[in-house]
Design a protein around this ligand. Structure first.
Ligand SMILES: Cc1cc2nc3c(=O)[nH]c(=O)nc-3n(C[C@H](O)[C@H](O)[C@H](O)COP(=O)(O)OP(=O)(O)OC[C@H]3O[C@@H](n4cnc5c(N)ncnc54)[C@H](O)[C@@H]3O)c2cc1C
Length: 369
């Protein structure tokens, strides 16, 4: 009998496991396949900044509370796993391309409202700061506090640190049912049998509705496919993240460049399309013309878990005293993983919550079938 069973071994499930085991709880994590192979592996790992003193929206609060946790998380994971997750503050350029941002001025204002440092750039200062950009781009702003992490390395570090701390890891263990006693979940069912625990956390990413359906619950959460193209160059002309609307370039320190991303409701399809790949490459070259000489490495797609309003479901599920949800982080699951883990730990350990979970209530999108 464990203290906590966690369903789903993506960045959310593993971060919660790591946080709980460090609190002295016994924890088991179950994944239907190998750990960390879905959205958490596929994402770009951008970590945008925000200032907790200034933010007013629930999304901004989560982001601002998560960002300062990254340096210590990364350090601790490296100490325990020996793996450098590639966390760094690299700065970020946001560019004004008319087709990407409809109202540039209010977009800039929204960034100012997050209380982070925003350096506005006209065509001259943009050229000085970023001579590698296409001359067609006339304006932008720079966020010196923008960060990034390398997803596959972060997942490896988390996995290794969880195993090192004694988290019981069940790979290839799909959760196919629940054992209940009145209003309590007493165990979860996998093909190898029933595994009992005092609390159950569902962190199943885009597959969360399927897991909840085993309890007769309906969950408003859909997969949103995102494609990414990977290029490489011997001598990278830029070191900062470059964004325009929902598309971006993320340079890694070894010369790799991620170009993301598309957004499509395509069910659980993770295939790359000619249109998606060509569109991303065309975008990258229109922003940084020097990328025409880059090498094409590969392309992939992942499934972002999107809730009813784009905010994650965090907290207890009505009808069960010991069932907790942490799913639906959509485009922000990597950046929000440290604060998600902290909040779920506070909930389980009955500590004071650092942020109210009201806006993230599961009752927004979970119903009895
Ligand atoms: C292209 C792309 C770019 C992105 N870029 C960024 C970014 O720059 N910054 C950022 O913060 N976020 C980004 N994201 C979003 C981020 O990747 C996700 O929000 C995050 O990975 C969600 O994590 P998760 O653990 O909830 O889901 P997942 O990583 O999908 O993990 C869910 C896990 O549950 C398991 N599972 C499912 N069903 C069962 C079952 N029945 N039993 C057992 N296990 C089960 C799955 O196998 C899977 O391993 C991006 C996503 C994509 C696709």
């Amino acid at each position: 009998m464990m203290d906590v069973n966690i369903i789903g071994g993506g960045v959310i499930g593993l971060s919660i496991a790591y946080e709980l085991v460090n609190q002295g709880l016994t924890v088991a994590v179950f994944d239907r396949q190998q750990f960390g192979q879905e959205a958490s592996w596929a994402g770009a790992g951008m970590l945008p900044p925000a200032n907790i003193e200034c933010v007013t929206t629930p999304a901004g609060q989560l982001r601002a509370a998560s960002q300062p946790l990254w340096p210590a998380w990364s350090r601790r994971l490296q100490e325990e796993s020996g793996i450098d997750n590639g966390y760094l503050i690299c700065g970020g350029l946001h560019l004004s391309l008319s087709e990407d941002v409809a109202d540039w001025q209010s977009y800039v204002e929204d960034w100012h409202k997050t209380g982070t440092v925003v350096e506005e750039l006209d065509s001259v200062s943009l050229r000085e700061r970023a001579p590698f950009l296409s001359e067609q781009i006339q304006a932008g702003f720079y966020l010196p506090e923008m960060g990034q992490v390398r997803n596959p390395r972060h997942m490896k570090a988390l996995l290794s640190a969880c195993a090192h701390q004694g988290v019981v890891m069940h790979a290839g263990a799909p959760v196919v049912g629940f054992e209940t006693q009145g209003e309590k979940i007493s165990g979860i069912q996998t093909p190898s049998g029933v595994h009992r625990a005092g609390q159950t956390v569902i962190a199943g990413g885009a597959w969360t509705p399927e897991v909840l359906s085993r309890l007769g619950l309906q969950c408003e959460l859909v997969p949103v496919q995102g494609q990414i193209v990977l290029l490489s160059m011997k001598h990278l002309p830029f070191r900062q993240v470059i964004e325009s609307g929902r598309r971006y370039l993320v340079p890694r320190s070894d010369g790799k460049i991620l170009i993301g991303s598309t957004e499509k409701h395509a069910g659980f399809n993770k295939e790359n399309t000619a249109e998606g790949v060509a569109g991303l490459i065309a975008f990258a070259q229109s922003v940084v013309p020097g990328l025409k000489d880059a090498t094409f490495e590969r392309a992939w797609a992942g499934l972002r878990p999107k809730s009813i309003d784009g905010l994650p479901y965090l907290g207890r599920v009505d009808g069960y005293q010991n069932l907790i949800m942490a799913a639906g982080h959509y485009r922000d699951g990597l950046q929000l993983s440290p604060i998600t883990a902290k909040l779920i730990r506070q909930l389980i350990c009955e500590e004071e919550l650092s942020i109210s979970l009201e806006p993230f209530s599961c009752q927004r999108g979970i119903d009895i079938d």
